[in-house]
Ligand binder design. Structure first.
Ligand SMILES: [Fe+2]
Length: 288
């Protein structure tokens, strides 16, 4: 009787289910581990329109931190970047997690970073105190401004390096169409070097983008969940998937676009074949 019952069980399907469950569990473990593995990389950008007198200027690029309430991520990031010596830190938005979470953590992080290095930030589409409607930002941005960080909302600020002027310009979030590139560059004299911060790389579609010597952006998370080898499945912009991350020549060869995979993650607390990224960039003119 027992023999007959065991024999009648669908063993083949039970085995297949067990293999799939074990595979998924292993993938989830890998994704969780990868999402929490922070590292800092270094690179050089060869820019077509960068004066050689300011070669070697360095920026530390952070984006999409997506701090959650009570998260230790701000401290973990600080522990990694504290030994670097950038000329400035640039943050291309999405410090908060969806739903306005991580607000206190974002402020504390900006306080710590801006107390140590000149810091410039633009908001992302998640930097709102109420999600979806993208409203209630002024209170949040006032908190950021209460630190020493400069919050750029369609504006530009000059900095000096080797006696020469570099403009750091920033647009409001292009993903939600709050950006105004013309306003951001209004005070910038023609021909002067411009480092443009924009949360979404979709800003490369805007008129006048060739005035930026280099554009730093994030938003895509590099796809966050990718196929083995790093091919993204979805990047949340109208740009082709090749813009998910990396350095791209844009504006008819006049400018470079840098898209970072960012530091944090949203929705699924996972990253697959798409690790977090923080980069210290050294800017050079193309002939050097
Ligand atoms: Fe993001």
């Amino acid at each position: 009787m027992l023999m007959l019952t065991l024999h009648s069980l669908p063993w083949k399907w039970i085995l297949v289910s067990l293999v799939i469950t074990a595979g998924l569990a292993s993938l989830l473990r890998k994704g969780s581990r990868e999402a929490n593995t922070l590292s800092l990389s270094q690179g050089e950008l060869k820019l077509p329109s960068w004066p050689r007198e300011i070669n070697g200027w360095q920026v530390l690029h952070l984006s999409d931190l997506h701090f959650r309430d009570g998260s230790d991520l701000p401290d973990r990031v600080m522990a990694i970047i504290q030994h670097t010596h950038p000329d400035c830190v640039i943050i291309t938005g999405d410090l908060l997690a969806p739903g306005g979470k991580g607000r206190a953590e974002a402020k504390r992080f900006l306080q710590n970073v801006s107390a140590r290095w000149p810091t410039f930030a633009v908001p992302g589409n998640k930097d709102a105190l109420r999600d979806r409607m993208h409203v209630d930002r002024s209170e949040l941005l006032d908190e950021w401004r209460s630190t020493e960080a400069k919050v750029l909302l369609n504006s530009a600020i000059p900095v000096s390096y080797q006696g020469k002027r570099i403009w750091i310009a920033g647009v409001d979030d292009p993903h939600t169409r709050k950006d105004d590139l013309a306003a951001a560059l209004r005070d910038v004299p023609a021909g002067e070097p411009v480092v443009l911060l924009a949360h979404s790389p979709v800003v490369i579609k805007r008129d006048g983008i060739e005035r930026a010597s280099v554009i730093f952006s994030g938003h895509t998370h590099g796809g966050q969940i990718c196929l083995p080898g790093g091919t993204p499945l979805y990047i949340h912009t109208s740009l082709p998937c090749r813009y998910s991350s990396g350095v791209h020549t844009v504006a008819n060869g006049e400018s470079l676009l840098v898209v970072t995979r960012g530091v944090g993650h949203t929705r699924l607390r996972l990253r697959l074949w798409c690790p977090p990224e923080m980069t210290l960039w050294r800017l050079q003119s193309i002939g050097e």
